[in-house]
Design a binder for this molecule. Sequence first.
Ligand code: C2E
Ligand code: MG
Ligand code: MG
Length: 676
Amino acid sequence: MPEKKNKSITDLFDTISFTRIMSKKGDFTYEFENIDDREMLGLPSVGEIEASRDGCLSTVGLEDRDALSNEIKSSLKTGLPTKEMFRAINSMGENKWFYGKADVKKKKNGSVIWTGSWLDITAIKNQEFFKNQIIQSLPEALVVFDKSGLILTASNKAMDLLETDELVGCSIFSKLPDNISENLQQHLLLSAIKDKSSFTEWLKRSDGRELSLKIDLIPKGRYFICIIHDISDEDEKENSLKYIAFHDNDTGIENYAYLQDVFPKLVDTAKVNQTQIAILSIAPDSLGQIGTITDKKKLDALKIAMADRIKSSLKQNDVVAWTGYFHFTVLLSDIEFSIEIEQRIEKIIESFKQTIVIDDANFDFTASVGVCFYPQNGKNLNDLIKNSDIALQKAFEDKNNSMRLYSSDFSISQTINLGVRKRLKEALANDEIFCHFQPQVDITTGKIVGFEALARWKTADGNFIPPCDFIPEAEEFGLIDSLTKIVLNKACEYNQKWYSMGLCRVPVAVNMSARQFHNGTQLLKMVNNVLNETGLPPYLLELELTESSAMCDPKNAIKIFQDLLDNNIRCALDDFGTGFSSLSVLRSFPLKKLKIDRSFILELNDKKNMEIVRATIAMAHALDLVVLAEGVETRKNYEILKELGCDVIQGYLFSQPLCAEEMELLLMRWDAGQIS
Ligand code: C2E
Ligand code: MG
Ligand code: MG
């Protein structure tokens, strides 16, 4: 056993001991110990061995001569031992590799002597050669590099892939494009904790082709093996499979499977950007003309033309799919304000109207659209499509070319059509919407402690349309955001004016629709913008949300109430008693005021009603809320409410809702109090 351990390197390899002599004149001769050594080098077995002027034996291969003579020259200069490697052909005509070293000594007579030995390393070199051959001819692109990135070996495939003639001896980072290089560096860091890591990247070739690469990185001691797979073909295969799955065979129009694939991505983006997605069901108002077509090719052409018309009015991230017999579903993303949707749908309806010509036959269609929103009207695609379909059915019930927003209460029949929508839209643009103000009065002091802004629509011909006739429409047609903004703006503008005139220092209450509470960030942004623009201090604004709206999504409402309160804006719960509040939910609402619905107050004579009001007041006080009674019309009711301990009243008994000028006069006459 120890024998093996003590074996010297010279026992393992054939060794040649040699003496190289350089005369004073610079001539080289060699001396060897025995004949075998000479044979191994392919030299004559007897006689003095002369060498060329560069110190190399005649049998040293031409390709190695420069390196060997440089090594000899350098040891001559430095006095350090040489490291020598060369090929020579032996007496049998075989190519052999030799490696060795020699110590140099200068003699007094001016000659120089090197004594050393060479080992026959042909076997190792052959192994290395084969290894390199194997690596180079690997079908995979393989690069081996050390910790500094220096490439030690690489396959020819790697050179092809990276379009370079030289890899060995170069830095891997200099040979890879930036995107791959950066990714590789990150994975090198990971290699400390992982045996193998993989990543995919793109590589742009000089011919413009983009290859899809999968790169495996395997750490092996001090080295790394990097295998680069070109997976472009697999990608292509996957893409073509996806294409087949996501498109209608005959027409190439995207299908339901495509919507399912894309919907989660749109949802992720919507969540990040705090935007909404609109789900549209679109179908021609009449299928009569289509029913007359028997030629399948013509039918397909018609489908394609319709899809193209819809596509032409969509934005880049919107998608359209064929989801039934001449039924299309569209997903509109990035919707911040509902007003946008209006214009976008109008565009689709308009483009649908363009005549389609197929084989000289003209087809004219109008389309109707049903709309619902993610996340308000459903969380999954199936429910959303179902709801937009319900809205589409309602649109069909109107007249041609209609659009309907989904409402959970479609039992209330409304004859709203695009005509009314158009008029309302114009009203918003033409400043036909304004506010009336109704004072809120402290029941004990009689002072004005606030007032509510109530929307009014005065048409161009001087007619007043009450809010109950246009607020639901505005909500249904996506115009409520614009309407709220107008009312909010006017309310804050006037209150700031009266505050700065020293007429009052009380909050103005503005009614919010449930839709505004779906997107808290957007609501807060809108309110803050208006406060900034008008200069009204936030504590002089109060927002009202009806009990039923708040109870739709109490968790969300709590958060928004709190966000508003954190911004010094107070909230009141409107129309209390008409919804279904649970006490525990009510307790968790960070509110300041509760407004008892006028239906209870108008019927206060009814004993049951009075008991409800009494209980409500007691409960509200227990929760530290100010109680306001709406619809106080009579002196009697006022007395009852006073006795029941109600804090504030609002109603015709004190004042009808007044226009701004009348309100200003009232404030001048009346002593407006402080915030309660
Ligand atoms: P609301 O917020 O509960 O407003 C109080 C309603 O009661 C007002 O009706 C007001 O005129 C009426 N009222 C006040 N005192 C009395 C009274 O003594 N007796 C009777 N019978 N009624 C009285 P209006 O102005 O017709 O508003 C109706 C509803 O429309 C409001 O109910 C509110 O929910 C909604 N609304 C009004 N303006 C806006 C707005 O800008 N945005 C939103 N989203 N909704 C609004
Ligand atoms: Mg109100
Ligand atoms: Mg109310």
